[in-house]
Design a protein around this ligand. Structure first.
Ligand code: HEC
Ligand code: HEC
Ligand code: HEC
Ligand code: HEC
Length: 191
């Protein structure tokens, strides 16, 4: 009986059939995962979700509300996720897995008072800068592009710096730190 089964299992037709059903199961599972992952990321990418933890009176949200990325002449708004969560599937998945640590630190109360927030601000900012450094400011470049800039419309300092920055392969966060949030105390631009 067992040898019959083994024979059946190794017959080319069964192998083909078995392989095919495995592939089908794989496709269904992947579709299910991708589907629920996109529902999950859509939910956790909402500004309200970020702010449910980051609402403090003098924290990232309050500072953001005063920034040009919240309100500007053209009415294009950058939300938390635009700068902080990658758009591509792989990096986004990784970011969401890493973000589980935020839930832990939320429960542990790591930044739940203004004092604790300030004490942690430099190390948090450094993690954001490191990520932007690694991707050559990918999150900024979702919206901004050197090539799309009309230098003629820019101020004197910008006009002087940007062409050279392009030549030297510099990217946004090299020069534009603290554009949304206040720079951390103790941050040394030369150090
Ligand atoms: C469950 C509460 C919670 C939610 C929801 C949450 N955060 Fe956080 N976040 C935290 C805590 C707590 C820390 C401090 C973690 C630490 O010290 O490692 C943190 C740290 C950060 C940092 C600092 C950099 C880093 O890597 O630690 C950034 C940026 C950040 N959050 C952005 C966001 C954005 C954007 C969202 C929405 C997509 C969001 N957070 C949603 C609790 C939360
Ligand atoms: C969702 C799109 C979006 C993303 C992502 C984004 N920006 Fe912007 N940014 C804008 C818009 C819109 C303005 C305002 C343009 C205007 O009306 O002048 C702006 C303005 C600016 C300005 C001009 C500030 C001023 O005071 O005039 C700088 C500098 C800037 N962004 C840098 C960055 C950097 C650095 C990043 C990445 C950390 C980034 N932006 C990410 C859309 C975006
Ligand atoms: C080598 C440094 C440097 C780099 C790299 C750089 N910038 Fe700038 N940028 C500046 C300076 C300096 C100004 C002028 C700031 C001022 O006058 O306060 C400026 C101004 C701006 C302005 C306002 C322009 C105006 O005059 O209205 C925007 C928008 C901007 N930068 C976006 C970006 C973006 C997006 C990137 C990445 C693609 C980037 N910059 C990379 C140095 C740089
Ligand atoms: C235009 C891009 C941009 C937007 C929009 C933005 N951030 Fe940030 N965020 C940054 C950058 C860049 C840093 C690194 C520190 C710096 O340069 O100010 C940062 C730093 C942080 C930090 C670390 C602490 C600190 O003050 O440096 C937290 C937490 C944070 N952001 C949360 C948020 C939340 C929550 C929102 C939405 C309410 C948001 N950010 C919107 C670009 C952005």
């Amino acid at each position: 009986m067992f040898s019959r089964l083994r024979l059946w299992m190794t017959s080319p037709r069964a192998l083909w059939g078995g392989g095919l059903s495995l592939v089908l199961v794989g496709i269904v599972l992947t579709a299910g995962f991708v589907g629920s992952f996109s529902v999950f990321t859509e939910y956790t990418n909402r500004l309200e979700f970020c702010v449910s933890c980051h609402e403090m009176a003098n924290g990232p949200y309050a500072e953001y509300r005063k920034s040009i990325h919240y309100s500007n002449r053209t009415g294009i708004r950058a939300e938390c996720k635009d700068c902080h969560v990658p758009q591509e599937f792989g990096p986004k998945l990784l970011a969401k897995v890493v973000a589980v640590k935020d839930v832990y630190h939320h429960l542990a109360g790591t930044i739940d008072t203004p004092e604790k927030f300030e004490a942690n601000r430099l190390s948090m900012a450094q993690r954001v800068w490191a990520r932007l450094e690694e991707t050559e400011s990918r999150e900024c470049r979702k919206c901004h592009d050197f090539k799309a800039m009309n230098l003629g419309e820019q101020g004197r300092r910008a006009k002087a710096k940007h062409p050279k920055a392009m030549e030297d392969s510099k990217h946004c966060i090299n020069c534009h730190k603290g554009i949304v949030h206040e720079l951390p105390k103790g941050y040394d631009p030369n150090g």
